[in-house]
Design a protein. Structure first.
Length: 257
């Protein structure tokens, strides 16, 4: 007789534990028609997608907004700024079904370039974007001027925000080293490293059209050529077909097709 009440308590106890442990899913608000118009006007990558992929891109944008805080510092945030940041995050991971930036909680948007002390007024200010480390781990800082330039018609092969999100992808395996082990099959790792070093040597000899900043180290090479891959895919495929093919494998995308 005494065991019956206890039997009733077991499912109640299990339900209570489930509710305590269950993470509350963030609310995902769909994009408005105005948001979609801004994307179509300012984000060439989105503009070129078919209607099905546009819907998927919009969903990923909404998921990013629900998971990552975007905070202005010294400026008034606009919808355009928010959508350009989110697009920069989505473009590199668009080929993956369920990718989330687990190593990012906040994007800080500064009005302009900043220095190593995160100051955006006076002094030597040359930094356009960075992924935080140490006490800044989980945060990214972007310059609004660089963000908007990256999506302008005069951007060429460069896009600072995409560059920084590629660093996050690279960092997701624990090391920012130009070899995104979470994205590249093991059999392609050594060929990719060899390809990086060969192209870096050509850049150093002024025999390549890739931004010389790429020879800083392997991590910067990966981020710089990724900008090129997404901004000028047809040109990259023409001038660097092997590099284009390898990046297509890494990102599971073929933007030149």
């Amino acid at each position: 007789m005494n065991s019956l009440p206890f039997a009733y308590l077991i499912p109640i106890f299990l339900i209570a534990i489930y509710l305590i442990l269950k993470k509350k899913k963030p609310k995902i608000d769909p994009l408005t028609d105005t948001d979609k118009k801004i994307l179509d006007d300012y984000v060439g990558y989105y503009h070129q997608l078919d209607s099905t992929d546009k819907l998927r891109f919009e969903q990923k944008i909404a998921e990013f907004f629900a998971a990552v805080k975007i905070e202005p510092v010294g400026l008034e945030m606009t919808t355009l700024d928010e959508l350009l940041i989110a697009s920069s995050a989505v473009i590199p991971i668009f080929g993956f079904a369920d990718w989330q930036y687990k190593n990012l909680s906040t994007v800080l948007l500064y009005p302009d370039t900043f220095d190593k002390d995160f100051q955006f007024e006076g002094g030597e200010r040359q930094i356009m974007g960075m992924v935080g480390s140490g006490y800044m781990n989980g945060q990214m800082i972007l310059s609004r001027s660089a963000l908007r330039q990256g999506f302008s018609k005069s951007a060429g092969k460069e896009n600072t925000a995409i560059h920084e999100f590629v660093h996050l992808l690279d960092k997701s395996d624990g090391a920012t080293d130009g070899v995104p082990e979470n994205l590249i099959s093991h059999e392609y790792t050594l060929p990719w490293i060899k390809m990086m070093h060969e192209e870096m040597a050509r850049i150093e000899d002024n025999k390549s059209d890739i931004n010389p900043y790429a020879i800083t180290n392997e991590a910067e090479f990966f981020a710089v050529v990724s900008e090129y891959f997404f901004e000028k895919p047809y040109l990259l495929k023409e001038k660097h077909p092997d590099l284009y093919q390898q990046l297509s494998r890494i990102f599971a995308q073929h933007p030149a097709n």
